[in-house]
Design a protein around this ligand. Structure first.
Ligand SMILES: [Zn+2]
Length: 246
């Protein structure tokens, strides 16, 4: 059976003499496909099947994976190829998508989160650590790990001046109740508000909120801790990104 779909290449590996196996993120989930001769310089598949290329694919279904029959580039995030930090962050996002996005099931929200994030990295319009935190919190929500921070998990207060986030349980405590929680981290009310925004805003608006430097630093720490706590997997791309930026 032949299908046509738009997809973002989120992983590629060499196989055979000059072939690639690629992982695509599409609106219908993750698809794995074999792209014959796509590592030969003048092959028609070479560019559209390369990492982080958004292309239209014609695919034949096979026993274990699809085979790419044809592909046309729709969009390239060109500046990423010369931006080591930005590219490394994008590779980390790809690794999270491979672990968390559904396989051959509805994934429009994952694709839109990724393309919006790549656009911002490529254009340099937001600091990388802000894009990283927003992506981390949002992908965890999409994958079923939405934190419950509308109100204090103990007393139900929703307008507390403080903000204590329990990374393990994904809940929030007010200043009065934090002693009972045991392991909640003080991230401040502004960072809690930012997380509430990231969880609930629509589309590209998730990246638009005002936050002070100290609160942004708290958000940065807590979003990464939230991913690492709930994704039970080593993340080499995160380790590499952090080695560049810290
Ligand atoms: Zn409370």
């Amino acid at each position: 059976m032949k299908i046509t779909t738009d997809g973002l290449v989120i992983w590629e590996s060499k196989t055979g003499e000059a072939d690639r196996v690629i992982t695509l993120l599409t609106e219908n989930g993750i698809i794995t496909a074999y792209a014959k001769n796509s590592l030969r310089p003048k092959n028609k598949l070479t560019s559209p099947t390369s990492m982080l290329c958004f292309s239209n694919f014609e695919l034949y279904s096979g026993t274990n994976m699809y085979t790419v029959d044809d592909a046309q580039i729709k969009h390239r995030f060109i500046k990423l190829s010369t931006d080591v930090n930005g590219y490394s962050l994008a590779a980390y996002f790809c690794e999270l998508l491979k672990l968390l996005a559904p396989i051959e099931d509805a994934a429009e929200d994952f694709l839109s989160l990724m393309t919006n994030s790549l656009y911002l990295i490529n254009e340099g319009k937001k600091p990388l650590f802000l894009i990283k935190s927003v992506f981390e919190m949002r992908i965890m929500c999409l994958a079923g790990y939405m934190p419950d921070i509308a109100e204090c998990a103990e007393c139900g207060e929703s307008n507390s001046a403080g903000g204590f986030f329990d990374v393990t349980n994904g809940v929030f405590y007010c200043e009065s109740c934090v002693k009972k929680s045991g392991r909640a981290v003080n991230i401040g009310a502004a960072a809690v508000s930012a997380i509430r925004h990231i969880i609930s805003a629509e589309g590209g608006k998730i990246f638009s909120f005002d936050i002070g430097v100290a609160s942004l630093s708290a958000l940065k720490d807590v979003s990464e801790a939230y991913v690492c706590t709930h994704v039970d997997h080593r993340l080499p791309t995160l380790e590499f990104y952090n080695s560049l930026t810290t």
